[in-house]
Design a protein. Structure first.
Length: 69
């Protein structure tokens, strides 16, 4: 019984390396976005949420509100 030796497929290895690098770049972009969100002013975020909730409640076709304030 002889084992057949196969040479590693360099093209598939390169493709895997490119896929990993691409994933790393996407991960870093998401991390940067999350960090930017974390730096935003919490008071401004609260005001924006309040405005959004009021606007959604005002535009409802029924008299039932989505948000109780």
């Amino acid at each position: 019984m002889s084992k057949s030796t196969t040479k590693p497929d360099h093209s598939s290895s390169q493709m895997e390396d490119q896929r990993r690098q691409s994933q790393i770049e996407r991960n870093q972009a998401v991390i940067a976005l999350l960090n930017a969100w974390e730096q935003e002013d919490p008071e401004e975020q609260r005001e924006t949420l309040d405005l959004l909730m009021r606007t959604l409640d005002e535009d409802r076709p029924s008299s039932r509100k989505l948000f109780e304030q």
